[in-house]
Design a protein around this ligand. Structure first.
Ligand SMILES: C[S@@+](CC[C@H](N)C(=O)[O-])C[C@H]1O[C@@H](n2cnc3c(N)ncnc32)[C@H](O)[C@@H]1O
Length: 249
């Protein structure tokens, strides 16, 4: 198994693949200002197994195209959508977020929770902008600094993991510099990290190691996850996901 296959195998049975919550998705939907009764064209990019896709489908009318690179997550999403009776409102598309086959001005709303970092925030908002109708809305969550200064150990950890991490104000500025008008932003609370993501994740460590016969690769993956959790527990005052809602101008 490649490292990537192992990561997918570890995350595919989880309810969500990153920090977040139904409540924060609902709040972000409210902040878009979109009318819940409109027939909207929506894309959910880097959807994973679709925790937020289902909330979007319940809260808004119209059709959602849910995109992910890995078929394992899309299979889980299709199953979840069917169970919720929402499968006629959601289509899945296996595709990389940097080669999306969409037409210009196809969507009213582009959604992406915890995934735009894969392309990089600025690259993502630039490339995806074409797909939005004039006045269309983008809503993305992105890892962000909550303070202007931070401990050196934390700075180094994130410089290594994702050098585009930046302050909330700089993320907003990046939106402004790339043809968006910011409408709102908020910060994910600790419960969205610990209760909804890291605790369920940690509960799967032992089963996962067993399943992979304690291979060196599996052990290394779990060590990296443990380090990530430890960093969050120690330094949660300094970073979180910012949720950014902006309008195409
Ligand atoms: C941190 S997870 C977030 C998933 C989901 N939005 C959530 O919040 O639970 C990032 C997602 O991006 C997907 N992904 C990774 N590389 C991708 C790519 N190049 N194109 C599209 N999706 C990708 C992963 O498979 C994963 O589902």
């Amino acid at each position: 198994m490649t490292e990537l296959e192992l990561i997918v195998d570890f995350h595919k049975d989880a309810e969500r693949q990153g920090p977040g919550s139904k409540e924060i998705t609902k709040r972000a939907i409210e902040l878009t200002g979109l009318h819940t009764s409109d027939d909207l064209k929506i894309a959910d990019i880097g959807c994973g197994s679709g925790a937020q896709t289902l909330v979007l489908a319940k809260q808004l009318q119209g059709h959602i195209t849910a995109v992910d690179l890995f078929p394992e997550f899309l299979e889980a999403l299709n199953k979840n959508a069917e169970q919720a009776g929402l499968n006629d409102r959601i289509s899945t598309l296996q595709c990389s977020m940097d080669t999306l086959p969409f037409a210009d001005e196809q969507f009213d709303l582009l959604w992406s929770e915890g995934a735009i970092y894969i392309m990089g925030f600025e690259e993502g908002i630039q490339q995806w902008r074409h797909f939005l109708k004039p006045g269309g809305i983008i809503a993305v969550s992105e890892i962000s600094w909550l303070t202007n200064e931070r401990p050196e150990e934390l700075q180094q950890y994130w410089d290594n993991a994702y050098p585009q991490i930046d302050t909330v104000s700089n993320k907003i500025k990046t939106l402004e510099q790339n043809g968006y008008s910011p409408l709102a932003h908020m910060v994910l609370p600790p419960s969205n990290w610990m209760e909804n993501y890291y605790r369920p994740l940690a509960q799967r460590f032992e089963d996962f190691l067993n399943k992979h016969n304690y291979s060196e690769q599996a052990k290394q993956l779990i060590e990296e996850e443990k380090k990530e959790i430890q960093m969050y527990q120690q330094y949660q005052d300094y970073y979180s996901y910012g949720f950014y809602i902006a309008k195409k101008v």
